[in-house]
Write a protein that binds this ligand. Sequence first.
Ligand SMILES: Nc1ncnc2c1ncn2[C@@H]1O[C@H](COP(=O)(O)OP(=O)(O)O)[C@@H](O)[C@H]1O
Ligand SMILES: [Mg+2]
Length: 261
Amino acid sequence: MKSRLKLISPAAAAAPRQRILSIRGLCKTFPGTGSFQKVLEGIDVDVKRGEMICILGRSGCGKTTLLNILAGFIPPTSGSLLLDGRPVARPGPDRCVVFQEDALFPWLTVEENIAFGLRAPQRTVRQEVERFLALVGLTEFRSYLPREISGGMKQRVALARVLILKPAVLLMDEPFAGLDAQTREEMQNLLLDLWARLNHTILFVTHDVAEAVKMADRILLMDTNPGRIREEIRIGLPRPRENEAGHFLEICRGLLAKLRG
Ligand SMILES: Nc1ncnc2c1ncn2[C@@H]1O[C@H](COP(=O)(O)OP(=O)(O)O)[C@@H](O)[C@H]1O
Ligand SMILES: [Mg+2]
């Protein structure tokens, strides 16, 4: 009887996680040569706080456009976009973006890059920079310049300097696509580790099926021309996920077939 009571205890019956992002009927057209190109059509997405969402689709399907709209860099043609119940109209510190190519300041050191966006008393900045240097494993490289470190390390800096701002939503546009396979895997593991510790909400764009299956709670599979969300796939595999395991490969194969079809 006792164990039965445990099953319906508040922890077990935890309230559904709160919705943080709500996208409704989002469309985007770009003016083309004599016509309009419809890039995104009827995008509806809800994201819960703490979720890891992967947006998976072929090159040119509109992933970057969608992320740019979420970041507030460009406006949608129609549709609505609510973050924490408020409309998104411009870029803000509540949404940070990590791109494929690192966008570090070449004249600032690793720690200066990480500190750059943080507006806080000097002592807090020092403590936070220390903490995030350690979290991404760059404490010993704090005084290096971007040109003195590897591509993977640059992406660690890029990650640290947005995580330090504690964005409500972290937007990542194929952040590891330019890295070699091994570094890429290390970065995926690092991001998953930080996500588990810091409880971020992450929208992660990729065209790589295995990366999406490794990272995501939920994959939004996109169609091309116009870009639409064709299907939502919940990945229930336990973490850490082994890319060689049978079930993992089975999901990858299914997704690949859908991407090709
Ligand atoms: N500023 C723009 N003006 C016109 N067309 C654009 C613009 N940005 C993107 N596009 C077009 O939108 C489509 C989707 O691009 P993009 O969002 O970059 O796709 P993805 O990131 O999935 O590769 C492409 O056909 C691209 O040419
Ligand atoms: Mg892109």
